[in-house]
Design a protein around this ligand. Structure first.
Ligand SMILES: C[S@@+](CC[C@H](N)C(=O)[O-])C[C@H]1O[C@@H](n2cnc3c(N)ncnc32)[C@H](O)[C@@H]1O
Length: 201
């Protein structure tokens, strides 16, 4: 019996890539994806872990420029889609991003719209794991529903499911930067959508 989270994403797999930019949610997700891709600063020896890879758009795009990409997702149906036309240097794995796998030679972690179901405790445990998984000079780029204006003050219907968390971008930035762990660039794209580019110090 699969969990509600897996069922939620399995049910969306078939139509996920055909959703255009007609809804504001899709428009900002596509925009955030493009910004995330340009912030990654990858080279041909880099190894990327893409958390919540979905149908593999970020993983497959970055694969053309790096040594290896591991895409991790909890939804078998999203992963079935991801496997289609996957380049040979991309490996898609089923797993929970709250327990990320060890990836040899890891240089970058990406997560695009994948963390909205995590509680604050889980998300911050993930930031701590990311710091341990990356070496100094490594990079984490995360695009998500991180608000810079409190959601109750914004007219937008982005929170599709009641389990989606409301996350303050500046709170996350401060958490990541504590004790000199990461240096973070915060880019608000919309009052409810931000990209965090975190350089591992
Ligand atoms: C909105 S989609 C984003 C997919 C992809 N990153 C993109 O930008 O197109 C969210 C994805 O995160 C995955 N996901 C959500 N929670 C997860 C978890 N705890 N572990 C692994 N994957 C998860 C879902 O299965 C889904 O494929």
């Amino acid at each position: 019996m699969s969990s509600p989270l897996v069922r939620f994403w399995d049910d969306r797999a078939a139509d996920y890539d055909s959703a255009g930019i007609e809804s504001a949610e899709c428009y900002w997700r596509h925009t955030a994806t493009n910004v995330l891709l340009t912030r990654c600063e990858v080279g041909e020896t880099d190894v990327i872990l893409d958390l919540g890879c979905g149908t593999g758009n970020v993983a497959k795009t970055l694969a053309a420029h790096v040594k290896r990409v591991v895409g991790l997702d909890i939804s078998p149906k999203m992963l079935d889609r991801a496997q289609q036309d996957a380049p040979s240097n991309v490996e898609f794995r089923k797993g929970d991003l709250r327990r990320p796998p060890h990836v040899l030679g890891l240089t970058h972690i990406t997560a695009c719209y994948a963390l909205t179901a995590l509680t604050t405790t889980e998300r911050r445990a993930l930031w701590d794991q990311a710091w341990r998984m990356l070496k100094p000079g490594g990079m984490m780029v995360v695009a998500d529903l991180f608000w810079t204006v409190p959601p109750e003050q914004v007219e937008a219907d982005f929170f599709e499911a009641d389990w989606m968390q409301s996350v303050s971008a500046t709170d996350e930035m401060e958490f990541l930067e504590r004790d000199g762990r990461f240096r973070v660039l915060l880019e608000p794209l919309h009052p409810l959508v931000s990209v965090l580019t975190a350089a591992r110090l």
